[in-house]
Design a protein around this ligand. Structure first.
Ligand SMILES: NC(=O)c1ccc[n+]([C@@H]2O[C@H](COP(=O)([O-])OP(=O)(O)OC[C@H]3O[C@@H](n4cnc5c(N)ncnc54)[C@H](O)[C@@H]3O)[C@@H](O)[C@H]2O)c1
Length: 335
């Protein structure tokens, strides 16, 4: 499927473009006939195996419109040099330390990368007149007391350093948009899954364990609810955000991107078992601090502003994911 993006968007900066969501964004940009240049900044850190990230971008490296800059978004001088070399119409800022649980012990790192890195990019957007800024925020900003379904105007009560950095990032984006006329959309992603999903996320961890016959660590009693969003639906929303940024009535918006289909952890396990054709061996563990009992997106704003229509049912998405995981194992055995 192709991105339906504005004709004036030709030169892109994608931070975190070697990661799960970023590499899918780049896939779509590179097949778009109107796109002249896609520059990716990624530092290939070892939050998970960097070889996975190199695999994600294997098909990008040979594309003439693609440029890879292996750099840290904390390195302002390197980013400034890049900004002098390339002109960007649109920045899709996805690079971040992305896990909730590790952020408890590494709060400072999360702050420096997620808040500091975002500030670096916003200062460059101001200095080099990058007009459009799409920021990857998270459902975690709502916290555990928000009333479901979560609406964008609910008060934010983050309960992990990760979530706090995403809330801070949104506020920085708002300030820079207001002060310097940068047109910006903050997208609150609700648990994204699909091929290339990060290995630390539940669907990936559970599916792999079930396929390998290992115990599945289940935190809590299985009643926690998550709004799972398939990657194709997220990409549809990112395309919508770009169109809105180009033509929308306002210059700053915060928009939920969810599937709006909540699934309990127990039901998710049953769906994965069905896709894998095997039963899970459950290893019950206590609930983890910082985790939310429930996420549920109100997507009426995304529908209204972007025409967003998520279409992937959890059964279909999990089946595609398990197929991808199996294909990877077959490739690994063949190598
Ligand atoms: N996957 C989800 O369910 C989800 C949900 C909500 C929000 N998000 C947000 O979406 C974005 C992408 O998430 P993802 O799941 O694709 O994660 P990911 O870890 O697969 O991708 C992030 C990429 O950013 C890169 N990166 C990290 N720190 C960097 C730095 N200092 N400099 C340069 N590059 C750096 C990493 O190497 C990685 O390739 C993140 O901002 C994340 O917080 C993701």
């Amino acid at each position: 499927m192709r991105f339906d993006i504005p004709a004036s968007f030709r030169r892109f900066l994608v931070t975190g473009g070697a990661g799960f969501i970023g590499s899918h964004v780049v896939d779509r940009l590179l097949v778009h006939p109107g796109v002249e240049r896609v520059t990716v900044v990624d530092e290939f850190n070892d939050y998970y195996d960097p070889r996975t990230k190199w695999n994600n971008i294997a098909g990008h490296l040979i594309h003439p419109a693609y440029r890879l800059v292996t750099a840290d978004i904390r390195d302002r001088d390197r980013l400034a040099r890049l900004a002098r070399e390339e002109k960007f119409d649109c920045v899709i800022h996805l690079a971040a330390r992305a896990g909730v649980r590790p952020s408890l012990s590494e709060a400072r790192l999360y702050h420096e990368v997620n808040t500091g890195g975002t500030l670096n990019l916003l200062e460059l957007a101001r200095d080099f007149q990058w007009k459009h800024f799409i920021f990857a925020s998270s459902s975690s900003v709502y916290g555990p007391v928000a009333m479901p379904p979560f609406r964008e105007d609910a008060p934010l009560m983050p309960v992990s350093p990760y979530a706090a950095t995403k809330a801070a990032g949104e506020l920085l984006v708002h300030s820079f948009s207001h002060l310097y006329g940068i047109r910006a959309v903050c997208l609150r992603f609700f648990t994204v899954y699909g091929p290339r999903q990060r290995p630390d996320l539940a669907i990936h961890k559970f599916s792999r364990a079930i396929l390998e016959g290992r115990p599945v660590p289940m935190f809590g009693d299985g009643s926690t609810l998550r709004d799972y969003t398939y990657i194709d639906d997220i990409l549809q929303g990112i395309g919508g955000a770009m169109r809105y940024s180009a033509n929308g009535a306002t210059s700053f918006e915060v928009v939920n991107l969810g599937e709006s289909q909540c699934v309990t952890l127990s039901r998710l396990l049953a769906v994965i078992e069905a896709a894998a054709g095997r039963k899970a061996i459950i290893d019950r563990q206590p609930e983890q601090p910082g985790d939310l009992p429930l996420t549920h997106a109100d997507i009426s704003k995304a529908r209204r502003l972007f025409g967003y229509r998520p279409t992937t049912a959890i059964e279909t998405g999990v089946e595609r994911f398990v197929e991808w995981l199996r294909a990877g194992e077959i490739r690994a055995i063949a190598a």
